[in-house]
Design a protein around this ligand. Sequence first.
Ligand SMILES: Nc1ncnc2c1ncn2[C@@H]1O[C@H](COP(=O)(O)OP(=O)(O)OP(=O)(O)O)[C@@H](O)[C@H]1O
Length: 664
Amino acid sequence: MSTAFDEEAIIEGVKAPLIDSSRATGTPSTEVILQWENLEYKVKNAAEKGILRTILHQISGEARAGETIAIIGSSGAGKTTLLNALSGRIVGGQLSGSILYRGAKRHPGTFKRINAYVQQDDLMHPLLTVEETLTYASGLRLPNSRYTAEEKAERVNSVIRNLRLEAARNTKIGDAATRGVSGGERKRVSIGTELLTDPRLLFLDEPTSGLDSNSSELVVELVKSISAERGIATMMTIHQPNARIFNTFDKVILLSQGRIVYFGPTSDAIRYFASIGYQCPMHENPADFFIDLMTLDYRSDETLARSKEQVKDLAEKFLQYSPETEKTVSELGNESNKDVGSSSGSSTGNNSDTSNSSHKDRSRSKMISFFNSTGSTETLDMPRNNWLAEYSTLARRDWVNLLRNVPFLMGQIVQAIFMSLLIGFMFFYLKHDALSVQNRLGVMFIVIVNATFPILMPMLTLYYKERDIMIRERSSATYRVSAFYVSKVTTLLPIAYVSNLVFFTGVYFISHLVFDAGKYFIGLATFFSMIAVTISYMLLVGSAVKSVEVGFIIAPVIVTIQLLFGGLFSVPGTITPVLRWIRWVNPIQYGFSSLALNELRGLTFDCDSGQQCYRNGEEVIEAYSLGRFTIWQNILLLLMLGAFDAILGYICLRWVAKPRYIWL
Ligand SMILES: Nc1ncnc2c1ncn2[C@@H]1O[C@H](COP(=O)(O)OP(=O)(O)OP(=O)(O)O)[C@@H](O)[C@H]1O
């Protein structure tokens, strides 16, 4: 029964405009969206083997539609861990307890599409404008089966309006290298991207970190008003909010050492602490006062012991905080209201009602858990776009990003022109004498080398950045890994081909390789196949090796080994048998053989009788063992190696991008 209700509500929610007056009550509703009980999270203790360290202790609570809850605590209190546990993004360790979404057990596939998570660091494409960022996100996240292009555009406009991003609409996001939007605008774009899908739950990790107080207030106020209007249950971690921001929240969870010290309406917090003997001074920021109370004081052993005792006392007192106690606290608060003065907060009186019902609901949650353990689970699945739609949006986004990446494009073209001139003139107008044999082999080899490093390293840099954005976007089930991967192949290959066509043609004509249309195109086919292998290899390293630093060591080292065994520096047959197998998996060997066969076949050299020299190309091929395979066999082997790397890279990427969240 509850599933049917949920389904209707969510489908309606997805289609609804961002600000919908029918849902816009302006005050928190009473519908419980998320409930958690006795959450406990333990991790291995690095200091003592076999001992577990408890990060979260017996955490219970709930989030209701339309309310904004702040998780406040000092550094290391467990705020992010709690947020991750509630949003289904905990990795590693042991998580226990229960979490219910709208009274039912959460379904991993569905839950991640109806909750939105704004991470502390905003990973976005720096070269896209605010509007483009949101437009591509809407293309990827909103199903075409439910939204027309106009409706998606309207949704983007409404996000821009509601998050006050009009002035920055056409400004690029930017990064350390390119000036872009301000920190506050950047954060609002991140939030906007998540709000596009009209989530039921919004999680934000430190949304104000790095922002000045005005920007922080704007971010929190906008999030709060959108959450109230859209009926979104919002939870955010926040570090030392100022008094205005603190009073914006409907409720606060005060965490210390992984224990709840207070959870309830913001407006009741001061009264509660006063009731247990901790009176907030009149003009002090309540958040600062609470954080001081909850923070361990490491100045001396004595202060540490005292502060630990205080935290223990606060946590125990909150555990004893019952609806009956609460009544007493409220009465006490009403009596002492004059003392509390202005610092008692600006939240609406409505919050007290929410608080009462919150505690009733908390005591009721065991019953709900029992009800749900009988099998009522959230099974609704949100539609997603088909593969082709995902691919075409990603490919368009990739093209825009690539074509705006001037340093990368210039780097590719300038190096192609520069290298073609350098190599062309280094081997200018090759002759047909005995000495030209070595030069011809040198040109072939350098052409193949140019299809490796100059493509591999800059593309790997780009790929690592994009891969991390993809993993982030995938955590909210935005699109398929395969669509991302194919988009990368189909955009990077043409870029590499265009710039390297200039290089190959330049070298070919300046150094005067054998002028023959057939030979030119066969040489180009070999060169392009080698580029395809390099791009596949780049994708394999970038996907399989998680750490950028390690990837940048491994990638060139393997190519260097391939160069050593490429067929120019050593004749394959003479290599020590233990290492001889390398040639079978060495693309450079196949590429070099193919180019050399193409150039040398049918070529004669000036070699006087009696001299020790090669008389024709066939003799060179024989001496360097280049004729094991025909040209087309070499090209085929190259393409097979490329396909192997690409497929293996895809498997690795799926593995790397696979969320390993612990699910309750
Ligand atoms: N998987 C883990 N393995 C080991 N320790 C962990 C793990 N997850 C969290 N912790 C530890 O738990 C504590 C709480 O971490 P958490 O990131 O939740 O704190 P926080 O309150 O968000 O702090 P901050 O405000 O500094 O970000 C920290 O001491 C952290 O080192």
